[in-house]
Each structure stands twice: as structure tokens, then as C-alpha cells.
Design a protein around this ligand. Structure first.
Ligand SMILES: *Cc1c(COP(=O)(O)O)cnc(C)c1O
Length: 392
């Protein structure tokens, strides 16, 4: 299906359902399953275990869609780990890494997780006596290779808080191997939204060069996420890296994408609530807000509006309904006039939006729908006044 056909398909479902509440996040099950299908090709071509990173979006109904097609979930906290374990039931594994593990949570984490990667040597040493035999323990290493320009999202920025540097780990292994007894694997994650698998290759090569005499003692390695997986070529490049690591060191290999699995599958649908002129521009107030798309504000992205065109005759400034003057999606052109009630579809917002969205101004959160494989819209989640009141 071409991109155009797929978008038409989404738009048809949205327009056909006059009862669809807005604003709402819509997740296209076929898109999620399409990416998972590519990943199952990876599992056939290479000895790679696939984990879904639940922080990208953790709606229960979506986790249930994803769970049968992955080997487990990766998590960042006790709550995520508990949700992951509950969703997986008896199958699959839960893998956690976090720079901030509370001492009072350690044993509860051990109940939910199968793998825990420690972020620093002191974090390992402090918790080692309690957890060593309860989970497989690993160390997050910081390969010191940056591919992300914005330092806020660059795990390998100077003075990074994420992972043990290769030099420090190499020296520790030389000087005091006993202090690492109980560590059975490595974890790294040093990219964000990349399509360049050469970057993963450089990273793996650097880790193998630096820790070549330690790696044979390990039984697993987790390559993190941070890459898009959109076609067979991506899978082939990833398979080559995995096979090389596997053949050389006999490691069990995990890969834990988040955004790659859910971002393209997610849409936000909003309705126009008001239209008026302001200093010569037409403002269209939507029933959504940048607080429903917080990463757009954080990164200063320009959201992709499905119906907008380059040269449409009608220009609008799309604005959110909060009190903040900067609550704006941007200026867009359309071939036809917008009216009160017109629906606007925003694409590629499946990851890191809903999980960070908030009810600032008491504006309700969007509902969540699954556009299932039979093209029926199924309501997964709906918020109301009690969610607003009870959170605070
Ligand atoms: C965020 C994160 C991921 C998933 O990243 P994506 O960019 O969504 O693929 C995987 N592993 C770790 C350790 C992470 O922090």
C-alpha cells in the first residue's frame, strides 16, 4: 500500500465514523503489525530477540496488540516493568535500565524483571548483594559515540549520566574482575530517530575493540533502540550486524525499538472549534493543544497535517485551546475552506506524545482508538473529569 493509499484509508475511517470523539489519538493496527512483520523477518535472518520499549506508548490495548509479536518488553521504571509483566503474563522477558533506582524498589523490580542493566558501577555495587541471583544483571555501557545533534537527546553528550564509559569498564575488568562477578551482559543505547545503520555498526565495532577481552565472558548484549525500521534494507543491515556479533562472541542479542513500532501508526484527530481574523491571519482554534503533542513543542517540530497542501488557497494558523499564546501548531494551507467542526488529522505522532500529554488548563486528554485490521475503530481509552480531579 502506498503512503497515499494508507492515508486515504485512515481518513476514510475517521470521516465515516460520525460518532468519533475528538480530540483523539488513533493507532493504525495494520501499521503496527507491518513493522512487527518486518521485525519478524529480522528474527528469521538473524539470532535477534526483539523487545518493545514500552515508554514510547503504553496503552494497555496497544501492548496487547504488540506482545504476541515480540520476545518481551523493555522498561525504564518499576511501574513500566509491572505493566510489562502483567501484559506478558508468563511469556517473554522484561528488561529494565534506569539511572535512578530507588533502594526501596529494588526487590520489587526483581519480582517483575528478568534482566536489569545497571547504569553505573556504584549502582551495581550497592544493589549487587540484593539482586544478583534474582535477575540477569548487566551494565549499561556508554560507547562515547554521538550521532544526535541536540544534546538533550544525546546519550553520549559530554559528562553523560548514561552508562559506564568503555575505558572505565575496561580498566575495572583488568584490575578487579571479582567486582564484576555476576554481570552477564552489556546494554547500550546511543541513538535517536536514526536510519543510518552504519552508526550502529561503528558503535558495535567500538565496543568490541574496547572490550574485546571481556566480551567472551558475557552471554548477552542489548543494542538499545533509536533506529527507524521501515524497509527490508534496514532489516538486512541490522541482520548483518547481529550475525557478526553472534558469530564472533556467541552472544544472545536484544534490540529494543520504541518509536519505530508505534510512531507512524499514530494520528491525532482534532476538530475546529472557532475561526476568526487576527491582524490579517485566520486563526483556527482546535479542540486539542500542544499539551497533547508535547514533543512537538519540546523539539520545535512542525507537525504533519494530513489535509494541508503546499499551495492551497486558504491559509490558517492552527492553534490549541489552552491559555498559552504559544500553543500553536503552525500556519498551514488547505485546498478547501475550514469550517467549525472540520476535522484535522496530524500524522506520525504515535510515540512519546500520549505518554507525556497532560491536562493543563483542565483540558481533557484525547480518547484513544485502535483502527483495527478490519478497519473498525475500537475505543481503547477515554478520559473524564475524575482523571483530572484524582491526579492532583
Ligand atoms: C528510549 C529508549 C529506547 C527506545 O528508543 P526509541 O528511540 O523509541 O527506539 C530503547 N532503549 C533505551 C535504553 C531507551 O532509553
Amino acid at each position: 500500500m502506498t503512503k497515499e493509499q494508507r492515508l486515504n484509508d485512515i481518513a476514510l475511517a475517521v470521516y465515516a465514523d460520525s460518532g468519533l470523539m475528538t480530540p483523539s489519538y488513533i493507532y493504525d493496527e495494520r501499521a503496527i503489525l507491518g513493522t512487527l512483520d518486518l521485525l519478524s523477518g529480522l528474527r528469521k535472518a538473524a539470532a535477534c530477540h526483539i523487545l518493545y520499549s514500552v515508554k514510547a506508548v503504553s496503552v494497555a490495548g496497544l501492548l496487547e496488540t504488540i506482545a504476541p509479536h515480540v520476545d518481551g518488553f523493555s522498561t525504564s521504571s518499576l511501574f513500566e516493568s509491572r505493566l510489562a509483566r502483567e501484559t506478558l503474563g508468563g511469556r517473554g522477558s522484561v528488561h529494565m535500565v534506569s539511572p535512578g533506582i530507588r533502594p526501596d524498589e529494588m526487590l520489587k523490580i526483581a519480582e517483575q524483571c528478568d534482566y536489569l542493566s545497571f547504569n553505573s558501577l556504584p549502582q551495581w555495587e550497592r544493589n549487587r548483594p540484593a539482586v544478583r541471583d534474582r535477575m540477569r544483571c548487566g551494565l549499561r555501557v556508554n560507547p562515547g559515540l554521538s550521532f544526535v545533534e541536540d544534546d538533550r537527546y544525546n546519550p553520549c553528550r559530554p559528562w553523560s549520566k548514561l552508562g559506564v564509559s568503555l575505558e572505565v569498564l575496561h580498566d575495572r575488568h583488568k584490575q578487579s574482575p571479582a567486582s564484576l562477578q555476576g554481570i552477564s551482559g552489556f546494554h547500550f543505547h546511543n541513538n535517536c530517530e536514526s536510519r543510518e545503520f552504519a552508526e550502529l555498526d561503528w558503535t558495535v565495532t567500538k565496543i568490541c575493540d574496547a572490550l574485546g577481552d571481556y566480551l567472551p565472558e558475557m552471554s548477552w548484549i542489548n543494542l538499545g533502540g533509536g533506529y527507524f525500521l521501515e524497509n527490508e534494507a534496514h532489516i538486512r543491515m541490522l541482520a548483518a550486524i547481529v550475525n557478526r556479533l553472534h558469530d564472533q562472541y556467541g552472544l544472545t542479542i536484544f534490540f529494543e525499538p520504541g518509536k519505530a513500532i508505534v510512531n507512524r501508526a499514530g494520528f491525532l484527530v482534532a476538530s475546529v472549534l472557532d475561526l476568526f481574523e487576527s491582524d490579517g491571519k485566520t486563526i483556527a482554534i482546535l479542540d486539542t493543544s500542544i499539551n497533547h503533542l508535547p514533543e512537538i513543542f519540546e523539539y520545535q517540530y512542525r507537525p504533519v497535517v494530513m489535509q494541508a497542501t503546499e499551495s492551497g488557497a486558504y491559509e490558517y494558523r492552527l492553534a490549541g485551546s489552552s491559555c498559552l499564546s504559544g500553543d500553536l501548531l503552525g500556519d498551514y494551507r488547505f485546498d478547501t475552506r475550514l469550517a467549525v467542526g472540520s476535522r484535522i488529522l496530524i500524522e506520525n505522532i504515535g510515540a512519546y506524545m500520549l505518554v507525556k500529554a497532560n491536562m493543563f488548563n483542565g483540558i481533557n486528554l484525547p480518547s484513544v482508538y485502535l483502527l483495527d485490521r478490519d478497519r473498525k475503530l475500537r475505543l481503547l481509552k477515554r478520559f473524564d473529569y475524575s482523571h483530572y480531579r484524582d491526579r492532583l
